[in-house]
Design a protein around this ligand. Structure first.
Ligand SMILES: [Zn+2]
Length: 736
């Protein structure tokens, strides 16, 4: 079996979610028509669908000898937490396990700490997940089963990087498939949990143990990869084999725990988005809810990053609950796991998660409190969500714009450079859309069938380089049916396995072919605005007085397939940037277009450059206007909501049973792009205009944070409300 065949088969299986409707004739709905039925997650068992607030207590080994369970049970009660995740076993067992080599906490004594906590939480009516962590073990197990330990490329067993008295286990062999299966069975039999939450279960890179060597050879016909470059064919095959191995592991564990509780499920801890190494569709299929582990900001992360994570998870989870796991400490490479960050930083993170459709999950390491400053802040947020639970069910987003993310592009085109070659393009668009207050969704590239896109008018493809012929056909169908497309740089220049094509698979939509040449990084290059040829063009909004703006950094050389009706932006090529005496344009004007606009049915805008990545790097306001104007031109309809007033706001709009809610998260802060928020700064007033169709009658409007009713006015299809001031967030709720 070759790697590529395996990959294609895998893609076919993942695409089956929407395959039945893939090429059906479904016209994109005008705004609102797609929102008639508010289907809920009926197939989700109650333990997963009901909890709106989760809390996780991760015990450390010496906790059993010193912590006070009644303190925590009281805190769960005060926070109105409805679901809990409690430490069970794997690395350390917090109950009197009978399984050989399952290491009991050295402080356990005669106690059953897990049993005490499960019993207390059940009395509070909580859903209960038990956490296991299989990634590390001890000398006794290593001596008895040396083949259960992960091996490095030299065939040496791997010591744990942080706790050197321990060993790293092999995730793909008998340690997980046999030993941890027995652990999960024992926990379920004793405690009848609703499920098992898996931490660090999916391995630590390539393992060279004898099981991995044999199993990989049998599956792929290859030796294990020795490099991390996608030039190595074994590397691509291994990425795929690892996924299949881990998915079958989930299936084995699920089968075992369902012998005890038929509604139970393994809940794998998970990253998100294009950079996730596990197929999000395959994972989403196996769970009634999923937990996104994005504990806090670090470094230059933007405050909306948790919202992006929420959108990425919802893209593959549909109406199943998506849970946002947040920490209360600083999230930096130095791993201060017992730290406590500012209350403002915790709040902005959790509020943006909620605004984007996540249910909060507070994760606390260590039951012994070294610092109590976070307790009250989390309690306040949780109590607010309880008071407003009817408005936070978040059935359907009303966004009309979708941004595609592509795991296959990250794996096979980006690989070890996925962050710079893939993710930074999406981050540029994300920032531009938040600044523009345009509600939008994330869309998984395996769900581009018309049925999945039915509520969207415009799709953005930020350098989605690796696309199959079938995916490109789905995008053509979207445009044929009136949808609009915006694409940048190398979108569709590679197939789904990362093999470069001679030109774009979407050349017909873009209206251009690649000549084979790429230029960049370009210094001191500009974009000329063709005001004379196209006066008052919508792409020039906010740039009326700008004769030229800075260019992007890298550019593909493209040849037009046709004559374009409008060429609003042309290239001013690079010219010397030193000595200063030599800094003058050699060419004042060219006919080389920087943005290709077509209107075959829906609208198509193609940038042959890394304009979005450049925006993320430089954050030039002219690029913001250009990106925003392009989205508005492509979308070409009245916006769902317009928000007038100052500040940086993350705006989301939801249709819920009996209401519409508009979340306004105030990100305006000197620490917005680096470092924890210290405080909040009120902004306002804001005027909101909602495009409300005549068949929906607004009964009343209220502010869920200010906690008061407000006046609203209606004229034709527009409902207008005024929000006097926003400190950290506000939710406008309109009862229908
Ligand atoms: Zn192994």
């Amino acid at each position: 079996m070759t790697a590529s065949l395996t990959r294609r088969e895998f893609l076919q299986s993942t695409a089956a979610v929407g395959a039945s409707a893939a090429f059906a004739h479904v016209t994109p709905n005008p705004l609102w028509e797609g929102f008639a039925s508010l289907a809920g997650p009926e197939s989700v068992p109650g333990w997963a669908s009901k909890p709106m607030r989760w809390i996780q207590l991760t015990l450390v080994e010496d906790d059993p000898g010193r912590f006070d369970p009644s303190f925590w049970l009281d805190y769960f009660k005060r926070t109105r937490s409805e679901g809990v995740c409690l430490s069970g076993g794997g690395c350390v067992a917090y109950y009197p396990t009978e399984i050989q080599f399952h290491h009991r906490s050295a402080w356990l004594g005669g106690r059953d700490v897990l049993g005490e906590l499960v019993s207390g939480c059940r009395q509070l009516g909580m859903s209960v997940l038990v956490r296991t962590d299989p990634h590390a073990t001890y000398d006794d197990l290593q001596a008895a089963h040396p083949d259960w330990i992960a091996m490095d490329a030299d065939g040496k067993p791997r010591r744990h990087w942080a706790s050197p008295e321990m060993w790293v286990t092999c995730a793909y062999g008998p340690y997980n498939f046999e030993f941890m299966t027995a652990v999960h069975e024992e926990i379920m039999s004793r405690y009848h949990a609703d499920g098992i939450f898996l931490n660090r279960w999916d391995g630590n890179g390539v393992c060279y143990c004898r099981h991995c060597i044999e199993n990989f050879k049998a599956a792929a016909g290859l030796d294990l990869p020795r490099s991390t470059s996608n030039g190595d064919p074994a590397r691509g095959a291994w990425l795929l084999w690892r996924q299949r191995r881990l998915m079958s592991l989930l299936d084995v564990w699920n089968a075992e725990i369902r012998k005890v509780n038929s509604e139970a499920c393994m809940i794998p801890n998970n990253g998100s988005g294009a950079l996730n190494s596990l197929d999000m569709i395959e994972t989403s299929r196996r769970v009634p809810m999923l937990v996104a582990d994005r504990q806090a900001r670090r470094g230059l992360a933007a405050p909306w990053l948790i919202g992006k994570t929420a959108k990425e998870f919802r893209a593959t989870m549909g109406n199943k609950p998506v849970i946002g796991l947040f920490g209360v400490g600083l999230e930096e490479p130095y791993r201060w796991k017992d730290s406590v960050t500012s209350n403002a930083e915790i709040r902005i993170w959790v509020l943006d998660a909620i605004a984007n459709g996540m249910r909060p999950w507070c994760s606390k390491f260590s039951a012994t409190l070294h610092d109590e400053r976070w307790l009250q802040g989390v309690e306040e947020i949780y109590q607010w969500t309880e008071r407003n639970r009817n408005y936070l069910t978040h059935r359907q987003p009303l966004a009309r714009v979708g941004m595609v993310y592509s795991q296959q592009t990250a794996w096979y085109y980006g690989d070890e450079h996925a962050e710079t070659k893939v993710e930074n393009y999406a981050l540029g668009w994300y920032q531009a859309l938040v600044e523009s207050r345009i509600p939008f969704e994330m869309v998984h590239d395996q769900l581009l069938d018309l049925a999945h896109l039915t509520n969207l008018k415009t799709l953005i493809l930020p350098n989605v380089a690796a696309l199959s012929d079938a995916q490109c056909e789905q995008l053509r169908a979207f445009v044929r049916n009136g949808g609009s497309l915006i694409a940048t740089y190398e979108t569709s220049l590679y197939d789904e396995l990362g093999k470069r094509r001679n030109s774009f698979a979407l050349a017909d939509l873009f209206g251009v072919e690649w000549t084979g040449k790429t230029e960049g990084p370009m210094l001191n290059s500009y974009i000329r605005l063709e005001h004379e040829a196209l006066p008052h063009h919508p792409l020039f909004a906010g740039l009326e007085d700008a004769p030229r703006i800075i260019n992007s950094v890298s550019c593909l050389d493209v040849r037009p397939r046709e004559t374009f009706a409008e060429v609003p932006f042309t290239l001013i090529p690079s010219y010397p940037d030193l000595p200063m005496e030599k800094v003058y344009p050699r060419t004042a004007r060219t006919d080389i277009s920087c943005l290709h606009l077509r209107q075959p049915a829906g609208r198509v805008a193609y940038f042959p450059s890394d304009i979005d990545r450049t925006f993320w790097e430089v954050l030039c306001v002219d690029h913001l206007k250009l990106l925003r104007n392009t989205v508005l031109w492509a979308n070409n309809e009245a916006p769902v909501v317009e928000v007038e007033g100052p500040g940086l706001l993350d705006v989301t709009v939801w249709r819920n049973p009996g209401s519409i809610t508009i979340h306004l998260v105030n990100l305006t802060n000197p620490m917005a792009m680096k470092g924890p928020y210290r405080d909040f700064f009120p902004i306002g007033p804001h005027t909101l205009k909602l495009d409300l169709p005549s068949h929906l009658q607004a009964k009343q409007a209220q502010l869920l944070v200010a906690n008061k009713s407000i006046n609203f006015s209606c004229s034709s299809s527009q409902l207008t409300v005024r929000v006097p001031s926003i400190l950290d967030h506000e939710v406008v709720a309109i009862d229908l």
